[in-house]
Design a protein around this ligand. Structure first.
Ligand SMILES: [Ca+2]
Length: 440
């Protein structure tokens, strides 16, 4: 009998080996396409759209995905989980968008979802005007896939499309094809060229999904300058981003798309929720900097947060995160003979942040927004410098009062105020605050 068992074991062992080698072969990681100019000329006609699936079970190794996958046991697609669909944008050089993997992994860390990446590199490369001709065809192909997925029980409201640049308008058109019944579309700096003047049918707009949000970071160049969603975040005014200086980038291309790609990086980093990025409704960035937009009443008092996972919360949730900007509210000066300039610096032990403020002869009350990485109760010192104009000697400025308040105006903390200050040219004025943060 022992001999017989041994024999069977050997057989079993062999069978197992065979089976695992089959699985290993199927589990080769799928990759996004890379398009060369030659291939582009060859394949442009049929776009070669492919789909890659990433889940918490395969965050590093994409599986090819098509509707037939839903019938296969080897597919890791979970019919009971929501689905994030990532759509890349234009690729000038035909290279595969390398950021897709990082974004997928950030989404998977945040939520247990299916991540489906739409690869349309063949249609999205080289001549921008031809790429724009392709985007609707790509959307139609995606809609065919979603139609099939619906037959297996996937509900339209469980889909969240995330489109970068031109991909945002692809997502928008998929939304149009489903008459706005898709759950959510997030546009990451939705493309501007050839779309700003376009009809809402042709570009991303709030009617494309139950909820549409967009992050704008390069609205004066590659991005669109008009709002396209229910909530539009214009980062730092939406045009130019900190750190996107010419000198930092070895290539002109890297420099040119730095502002544009910031939307993606900000969205991705917001998904872990460690640094809440809050938007404040305002007519313009200039108005915002002048401190004229102080509340989020338009959102029932709760400022919307980038990367919010629950779209309902994006509109109405009370946020718990620390505020990130303090407002000088107000700086009240005596009338001036000539326009002048002061620099306001808020300091802690380790960091400082500053804001220049132009003072005019026709105004005595000023507001400005000062971004600062820590809580108001941790600010140690306020410094004001009389920086003055270069071509004439700016005289002493008398400040009746200067206050620093929490912003947006949740007003949980009392403003910090100092009265009756004289700021001489060449001698910065400073005041130390003695305060203790509440411990909750
Ligand atoms: Ca639309």
């Amino acid at each position: 009998v022992r001999e017989k068992l041994k024999f069977h074991n050997k057989h079993l062992g062999l069978l197992c080996y065979y089976a695992s080698s089959v699985v290993a072969k199927q589990e080769e990681c799928a990759e996004l396409n890379n398009s060369t100019w030659q291939e582009y000329r060859q394949y442009r006609a049929n776009l070669q759209v492919q789909y890659l699936l990433l889940t918490r079970r395969n965050p590093d190794c994409a599986q090819k995905f098509e509707w037939e996958s839903l019938t296969k046991e080897t597919s890791l697609f979970n019919l009971f989980s929501p689905t994030k669909v990532i759509i890349h944008g234009y690729s000038a050089l035909g290279s595969r968008p390398s950021w897709v993997k990082d974004l997928s992994q950030a989404l998977l860390r945040a939520q247990d979802v299916n991540v489906v990446v739409v690869d349309w590199v063949y249609g999205a490369s080289f001549a921008y005007n031809l790429v724009v001709e392709n985007y609707k065809e790509v959307a139609v192909q995606i809609s065919v896939l979603i139609n099939e997925m619906q037959k297996y029980g996937c509900k339209l409201e469980t889909f969240h499309f995330i489109g970068m640049s031109l991909g945002a308008h692809v997502a928008g058109f998929v939304g149009t094809l489903f008459e706005g019944k898709i759950g959510r579309i997030t546009g990451l700096d939705p493309a501007g060229p050839m779309f700003k003047g376009a009809d809402t049918y042709d570009r991303l707009d709030p009617s494309d999904a139950q909820f549409v949000d967009a992050i704008h970071t390069d609205s004066d160049y590659f991005g669109i300058s008009i709002p396209v969603g229910h909530v539009d975040f214009f980062l730092n005014g939406g045009k130019d981003q900190t750190g996107c200086a010419r000198s930092r980038f070895p290539t002109m291309y890297g420099y040119v798309i730095c502002d544009h790609m910031r939307a993606l990086h900000v969205y991705q980093s917001s998904l872990n929720g460690s640094c809440p990025l809050v938007g404040v409704p305002c007519q313009s960035y200039e108005e915002f900097l002048k401190g004229r937009c102080l509340d989020c009443d338009a959102f029932k008092g709760k400022c919307p947060q980038i990367g919010e996972l629950d779209q309902k919360k994006l509109l109405y949730e009370e946020k718990n995160g620390k505020q990130k900007a303090w407002i000088l509210d107000p700086l009240n000066v005596s009338p001036l003979d000539k326009s002048a300039e002061v620099e306001v610096i808020l300091r802690t032990e380790n960091t400082g942040s500053q804001q220049r403020l132009r003072l005019q002869t026709d105004s005595t009350v000023y507001r400005t927004v000062v971004a600062h990485p820590i809580a108001l109760c941790q600010i140690n010192t306020i410094i004001i410098k009389n920086t003055g104009a270069r071509f004439y000697r700016q005289s002493e400025i008398h400040v009746r009062s200067v206050c620093v308040s929490e912003f947006p105006s949740a007003r949980r903390e009392e403003p910090l105020c100092v009265n009756n200050i004289h700021i001489r040219r060449g001698t910065p004025w400073s005041h130390d605050f003695v305060q203790v943060c509440d411990i909750f």
